[in-house]
Design a binder for this molecule. Structure first.
Ligand SMILES: Cc1cc2nc3c(=O)[nH]c(=O)nc-3n(C[C@H](O)[C@H](O)[C@H](O)COP(=O)(O)O)c2cc1C
Length: 250
């Protein structure tokens, strides 16, 4: 299991300029001391477009390949590169929304939410879901299809404990996806929770707040190329840790 695939994601990113400085000592994806974040993105994009994408570039492990692409997106200064679109199914209807990826390893891709939300209800009935990382400034996207399962209570507790107190109170206060009368109602609920936990050093995790781990069975890496002749390399799971790799037409 490659090291880079097992680590938490953080929402706070260094400023593009700091990341820029870091990237100089990294993979050498750009040159020029005075290059700003915008031209860094442009130079990375051009480099990727020129080079194209092969299965050999990605290697045999799609999780490790994903981690490298996420790092490239972070290095380029993309805002919240861990933001992904999650699509779920309700009967024959599909719905999508953004969430933040909070961890990835060989077991899958983890995000946290309210299990009583629309997505939570949909996943409880049908755990099939799709994830999409739209890293368009780099002319890249990653599409993931898989099955979601709740993380363990211990894992959810650990992550909840790491959140800022305000977010913890918000998780108690917000009946996510329910119709509400207005902002004052929500403010009142928030204040109620703030008062309730005012003397508590630790805010416990609400029972309806947890994480899902999406175990992928298909991961596609898409790289934009001139003339719309884009590269698409798809990994299909054929065993526990084995993947078949194919190229798709753009
Ligand atoms: C960039 C971004 C990141 C978000 N991250 C999360 C998240 O990690 N968890 C979450 O529950 N909602 C997150 N949201 C809000 C969701 O998009 C959505 O409004 C909420 O989860 C309710 O969705 P649902 O009604 O379909 O269940 C995020 C929104 C944006 C724009």
């Amino acid at each position: 299991m490659p090291d880079q695939s097992i680590r938490p994601w953080h929402t706070g990113h260094a400023s593009p300029r700091v990341r820029h400085a870091c990237s100089r000592s990294g993979a050498g994806t750009f040159s020029g001391m005075t290059t700003g974040p915008t031209s860094l993105i442009a130079s990375l994009r051009v480099e990727y477009a020129d080079r194209g994408l092969t299965a050999e570039d990605l290697g045999p492990d799609p999780t490790a390949a994903f981690a490298k692409w996420h790092d490239a997106a972070a290095t380029a200064g993309l805002h919240e590169p861990n933001a992904m679109v999650v699509s779920t199914v309700d009967g024959s209807a599909v719905s999508s929304r953004m969430v933040l990826l909070k961890g990835v390893d060989q077991r899958g891709f983890v995000f946290y939410t309210n299990t009583e939300s629309r997505k939570g209800h949909e996943l409880a009935v049908n755990p099939a879901c799709a994830l999409l990382f739209p890293w368009h400034p780099l002319e890249r996207q990653v599409r993931i299809e898989g099955t979601a399962a709740l993380v363990s209570a211990e894992e959810a507790d650990r992550y909840f404990a790491s959140r800022p107190r305000g977010s913890q109170l918000g998780a108690w206060a917000s009946p996510q996806s329910e119709v509400v009368s207005g902002r004052p109602y929500l403010a009142e609920r928030y204040q109620h929770e703030a008062d309730r936990f005012t003397d508590a050093e630790v805010v416990p995790r609400p029972p309806q707040w947890s994480g899902y781990r999406v175990r992928p069975h298909r991961i596609e890496f898409w790289q934009g190329r001139p003339g719309r002749m884009h590269d698409r390399i798809v990994f299909e799971r054929v065993g526990d840790e084995t993947w078949a790799v194919e190229r798709l037409a753009p």
